[in-house]
Design a protein around this ligand. Structure first.
Ligand SMILES: Nc1ncnc2c1ncn2[C@@H]1O[C@H](COP(=O)(O)OP(=O)(O)OP(=O)(O)O)[C@@H](O)[C@H]1O
Length: 600
């Protein structure tokens, strides 16, 4: 111990003697010689660069906090804090402290420095990055980019989702922290619906290159539908937390004009979720002209947004401005929504959230009561086959009492009283059942619920699949399931060799093929427009560049184009020769036939 002290003391004496005795210029020269033989390079990353804030400096702060300070041996001193808008504690280096990061097996030494100007008291801060000079290319080309990318990821992960509302036709300036506890861990869903939604979101998040490649705006639209209390708002919160996107709540009833709506939508930033709740109610707006006519001019206080305005604003925004945006519409009455709003490209996925099944009840009981099984479950299961009950109702009942047995008993009483109420109402004369007005019962599957009110579990599963079908492991809209089956049986799995790896992305490609087939199925040659054909052909080219085997469809489209041209020629020709006449007879066959005959 004593000898260690004497070594340190001698070094200190030597250093001060060196500094005092040797003039500045000579010292500088000696250091420059030493540096020449040094194997290390030092990069200095200052807080400001070329007179403006240095993005790299900010990224280093976040990177070291999120990566190096959590993965390496901690320095002896570090700073720690927690700001309002972040989820976790944030750590940083203290002045003059160092930390080592390892990237692709190479050691990167970071040091934080700061200096306070004695007159202006202005603090200058900078980081030093030291590495062996043989790794200079690695640092320049890869490591710094890695720091920037990781910092962005850590920042996104740590930020709290914010909720924005509208005030005077503008988004509230910074919104409020959402801090909603609902996650995909606590949200209960039937069957593999949760997994399907998660896969869809993952695929979307990773889809930047894919969307760019196929020339589409990077956006996704979801329609959540189902009776009240089945988890539509909860799913939105879970999605926002999962994606870490802010929510922009578009309450159409407070927007005063179509142009304000356009402005609002244009100012939804990237990586956000735009939510329009109860879209069926908002869509009544399209009739405001007629409402105005029925009422005195000054009594009309209704919203000023039209359906056309909404469609334009959504398409305008999504087609040209911004990236990575999700739009969600919710409704209790899917059949009341104008089909224009639901068409593919606007709402890509229709997700049906329905009444509780016994399986979802068990998930809720596990969440709320910490139990996985109970003697009373058998009785509950039988009752739930007869009584429709929403997750919100189950949650409400399970929260009432403390003990699990009491809770379950109370829940049974609740189900029994619902059952007897439903029996009474189903035996009541028709007039009596209409006494409460003519608002139909909300749809759980896009169809009216059966009169007896008994939840038919099998039809529930069937109709749920009506929105998300599964063919050969591909999750596609059920309306496309039969088309895909027909394609696969004639041409095999045309997506098997696609350059896209995930089934979810391949499913989206298959849906594009189905959409083309569907258009052809509906159209006759005389109705087809050249522009439509061109857009189908360019979609096919995109699909082929993704190595989808659609040559057979391409060939048919070429034939149709050819037939169209010939027919136009005939139509303009004044002199019909015999040959042309016989061609026309042939063409007329195509003209009146299904355009997909023999194709699949
Ligand atoms: N699927 C679910 N998983 C877990 N909890 C749920 C679920 N659905 C509903 N709940 C519980 O019920 C409450 C109300 O549900 P939520 O507001 O999400 O339903 P909703 O479908 O949006 O209803 P509404 O159509 O009336 O707006 C939630 O706060 C949550 O506690």
């Amino acid at each position: 111990m004593g000898s260690a002290f004497s070594v340190v003391a001698s070094v200190a004496i030597l250093r001060s003697t060196f500094n005092e005795m040797i003039p500045d210029e000579v010292r500088g020269y000696i250091w420059s010689i030493t540096r020449r033989f040094s194997t290390e390079i030092t990069m200095v990353i200052k807080e400001s660069h070329d007179g403006s804030t240095n993005r790299l400096f900010k990224a280093v702060v976040t990177y070291l906090d999120g990566h190096a300070l959590s993965n390496s041996v901690l320095p002896k001193r570090l700073t720690v804090g927690k700001n309002e808008n972040v989820r976790n504690f944030t750590y940083g280096l203290e002045r003059n402290s160092e930390i080592v990061d390892v990237f692709q097996g190479v050691t990167m030494k970071w040091k934080f420095n700061s200096d306070i100007n004695s007159t202006s008291h202005f603090e200058t801060r900078w980081y030093e990055l030291k590495f062996h000079k043989m790794h200079a290319e690695l640092v320049k080309k890869k490591y710094l980019v890695h720091v920037l990318e990781m910092a962005k990821m850590f920042k996104d992960r740590n930020r709290i989702v914010r909720f924005h509302t509208i005030r005077h036709d503008r988004w509230s300036s910074s919104g409020v922290n959402l801090d909603h506890p609902m996650t995909f861990g606590t949200l209960v869903m039937d069957g593999d619906l949760k997994e399907t939604v998660l896969n869809d979101l993952d695929c979307f998040r990773r889809g930047k290159e894919y969307y760019r490649k196929i020339g589409k705006v990077w956006k996704r639209g979801y329609l959540l539908y189902g009776p009240p209390g089945t988890g539509k708002s909860s799913l939105i919160a879970a999605m926002a937390n999962y994606m870490n996107y802010d929510i922009y709540n578009l309450n159409l009833s407070v927007v005063t004009s179509d142009s304000s709506l356009e402005y609002l939508l244009l100012h939804v930033p990237n990586r956000s979720i735009l939510v329009v709740e109860d879209i069926d109610c908002s869509i009544k707006l399209q009739n405001r002209e007629s409402q105005k006519g029925d009422e005195p001019a000054d009594s009309y206080r209704g919203p000023q947004v039209t359906l056309a305005g909404l469609l334009n604003a959504i398409d305008g925004l999504l087609c040209c401005c911004g990236d990575e945006k999700i739009t969600i519409f919710t409704t209790n009455y899917k059949d009341r929504i104008d089909p224009a709003l639901l068409r593919a490209g606007r709402m890509d996925r229709h997700i049906n959230l329905s009444y509780c099944t016994f399986s979802t009840f068990k998930q809720l009981a596990a969440n709320y009561l910490d139990i996985n099984d109970h003697d009373l479950y058998c009785h509950i299961e039988k009752l739930m086959e007869k009584v429709k009950v929403s997750p919100a109702e189950v949650a409400g009942e399970l929260m009432k009492a403390k003990g699990s047995k009491t809770s379950l008993e109370d829940f049974i009483t609740y189900l029994e009283s619902k059952e007897s109420q439903e029996e009474k109402s189903s035996t009541a004369p028709p007039l009596a059942s209409n006494v409460d007005g003519n608002r139909p019962e909300p749809q759980e599957n896009g169809n009216n619920i059966s009169k007896s009110g008994v939840q038919d579990q099998s039809s529930h599963t069937e109709t749920e699949a009506a929105d998300m079908g599964n063919v050969g492991g591909y999750s596609v809209k059920a309306e496309f399931a039969n088309i895909i089956k027909a394609i696969f049986s004639k041409h095999g799995d045309i997506a098997a060799n696609s350059c896209l790896q995930s089934k979810q992305c391949r499913s989206s490609l298959l849906e594009i093929v189905c959409r083309i087939i569907q258009k052809l199925q509906k159209a006759k040659l005389k109705d087809l427009k050249e522009t439509e054909l061109k857009s189908m052909l360019s979609e096919l080219q995109d699909l082929e560049s993704m190595r989808l085997e659609v040559g057979w469809l391409h060939k048919r489209l070429d034939e149709i184009v050819e037939a169209m041209r010939l027919f136009e020629l005939i139509a303009v020709s004044e002199k019909l020769s015999d040959t042309i006449f016989s061609t026309e007879v042939k063409l007329n066959c195509i003209y009146n036939k299904s355009l997909v005959e023999g194709l699949i």
